[in-house]
Design a protein around this ligand. Structure first.
Ligand code: NAD
Length: 275
């Protein structure tokens, strides 16, 4: 039996990267999927690939009315909402703290935090009425550790993790699970830009060396995590921020550690004095 048979999902930022990979995987597991994105052309292509199980709606996640419309569309078309995947995102404002304008601050926070909050807000009543549902949001390892990404990106992703925990506590007894995914470096246009195949490979080679597992993440790695959190395989899991990063948040890969760690230096054993 398919893992999402009979379920209905709304995915934001589903025209590209992790969202698109998740839309395809969910549909292959039997879900009906509302593909939403600001990019109509690419979003419609993903929905068309899915065929009868898919539909597309233009959604700008910084606009509450758009998110409300997405939840309504899923309900009116398919009669329920089982999975809300708040995934849309972008790099946001960059640069030194004094260089960030109010407009840049607002657009960054609107997309990366407000968009997630309103996804939760509009999914909750439908899921409460059903007595079940899974809300998943894409945070980042940047939300766990500063220094990996621009100021507002790291701050909003940390807020998504905390919001996930807070809302999970509210909705748990109503059968609704709320979880976040914290990807590390994943080879999507957000991370490497619109590159040709050769440069994309160079990106993978360059950043793969920094991951303990020896490669960068692929959109499908995140899609598989979203599938687990969306499916009934994870019914006891809520309020988590699941790290999916090839081990990078755990620390440096072995080949990048000091001689003290790897035992390659002259000192093989540190003895207490006198022994
Ligand atoms: P991507 O650029 O391939 O996809 C992001 C999608 O979001 C695009 O289709 C874009 O059109 C859409 N989008 C952007 N702003 C939007 C808005 N206001 N409303 C609706 N759609 C909007 O990037 P991705 O890597 O697949 O990103 C997915 C999520 O993963 C994002 O939340 C991102 O912050 C997060 N993330 C990415 C990485 C990485 O290394 N790629 C790491 C950690 C977290």
């Amino acid at each position: 039996m398919s893992r999402l048979e009979g379920k209905v999902a709304v995915i934001t930022g589903a025209a590209s990267g992790m969202g698109a990979a998740t839309a395809r995987l969910f549909a292959s597991e039997g879900a009906r999927v509302l593909v939403t994105d600001m990019n109509d052309e690419k979003g419609q292509i993903v929905a068309a690939e899915i065929g009868d199980l898919g539909d597309f709606l233009h959604v700008d996640v910084s606009c509450e009315a758009d998110i409300a419309a997405a939840v309504s569309r899923a309900e009116s078309r398919w009669g329920r909402l089982d999975v809300m995947f708040n995934n849309a995102g972008f790099g946001g404002a960059r640069g030194p703290v004094e260089s960030i304008s109010e407009d840049d601050f607002n657009i960054t926070v609107d997309v990366l935090l407000k968009g997630v909050f309103f996804g939760m807000k509009h999914a909750a009543p439908v899921m409460k009425a059903q007595g079940s549902g899974s809300i998943i949001s894409t945070a980042s390892v940047a939300g766990l550790q500063a220094g990996e990404s621009p100021h507002l990106y790291t701050a909003t992703k940390a807020a998504v993790i905390h919001l996930t925990k807070s809302v999970a506590l509210e909705l748990g007894q109503q059968g609704i699970r709320v979880n976040a995914i914290c990807p590390g470096v994943v080879a999507t246009p957000l991370a490497h830009g619109p590159l040709d195949a050769d440069r994309r490979q160079k990106f993978r080679d360059r950043f793969g060396r920094y991951q303990p597992i020896g490669r960068v993440g692929e959109a499908e790695d995140i899609a598989q995590t979203a599938l687990f959190l969306a499916s009934d395989d994870s019914t006891f899991i809520t309020g988590t921020a699941m790290v999916v990063d090839g081990g990078a948040h755990a620390g440096r890969p072995w080949h990048r550690q000091s001689e003290m760690m790897t035992g390659q230096g002259p000192i093989k054993l540190y003895r207490p004095e006198g022994r």
